[in-house]
Design a protein around this ligand. Structure first.
Ligand code: NI
Length: 268
């Protein structure tokens, strides 16, 4: 199917994401069965800061569809930069796009990543649903492991390419569970594991945002030198608080997101 509109793109992203990340669909279904409405707080996308595929390239279909840039974030330890975009319709998920700052890495990582980017056919990044096309390159497990020593994020990108890294349940709209702690306990009852790097709940009421996430599902990926199991995507939960002006905080908290990124680390 030819994807040409924002609703079609968001629908395709959800289908791709849940097919690769069955735990998200299971948890989503548990909420629905309790009679909850599940609103998506944000979708996170990953890329490299190379001009062929950087944040601006990935953001294009969203900006064309009415999304507006709101705020940017720096993650010096992970050598990442990110921007978030919002749609005037508050029911629409925020879009959070991060990019790896290649120039801050050594020549070896740069050369592996540049080799991946060179394999992307010219014009493909301009395709409307590029952010959900999957992996547009071939890569060996050896290269994946080499990247992983320097950046788990780079290794994740190499293995999975362009697809949502996570969707996020907006906890405020759940009616059967009162806060993010109850959500965490509910999910753990069903055997799902949470990322506890920096504690299960990241952030606080004082920074107007609390977040938690599952640990990524492991999936088998085709590498040029064989199939290997690697971490894929995770499901996130976000509870937002009101600012002094009474409006719900819509941004992100870099110190919390920094820990959330680790949900796809292989060591977990
Ligand atoms: Ni997130």
């Amino acid at each position: 199917m030819n994807i040409t509109t924002l609703p079609e793109l968001l629908d395709k992203m959800w289908k791709d994401y849940t097919s690769m990340n069955p735990q998200a669909l299971k948890i989503y279904t548990l909420f629905i069965e309790r009679g909850d409405q599940v609103q998506n707080d944000h979708i996170a996308l990953r890329t490299f800061n190379h001009p062929k595929v950087n944040i601006e390239v990935l953001a294009r279909p969203f900006v064309e569809g009415g999304y507006e840039y709101r705020q940017d974030y720096h993650f010096p330890d992970k050598k990442l930069y990110a921007k978030h975009f919002e749609h005037p319709d508050e029911q629409m998920p925020k879009i959070f796009i991060s990019e790896l700052k290649l120039e801050e890495f050594d020549k070896e990582l740069q050369s592996v990543v540049n080799n991946l980017i060179e394999q992307i056919p010219e014009g493909l990044p301009q395709q409307y649903d590029f952010c959900s096309l999957g992996r547009p390159w071939e890569v060996s497990y050896e290269a994946y492991e080499k990247l992983r020593e320097k950046s788990e994020y780079a290794a994740w990108m190499a293995a999975h390419g362009y697809r949502p890294n996570h969707f996020t349940v907006f906890v405020n709209t759940l009616t059967s569970l009162k806060d993010i702690r109850e959500v965490n306990e509910f999910i753990k009852q069903y055997g799902f594991k949470l990322n506890d790097s920096g504690g299960e709940v990241k952030g606080s009421k004082e920074v107007y945002l609390e977040q938690s996430s599952t640990l990524a599902d492991t999936v088998e990926v085709d590498f040029t030198d064989g199939k290997h199991k690697v971490p894929a995507c995770y499901y996130e939960f976000a509870q937002r608080y009101s600012l002094p002006n009474g409006k719900l905080y819509q941004g992100f908290v870099a110190t919390s997101a920094d820990k959330i990124f680790e949900s796809t680390d292989k060591s977990q």
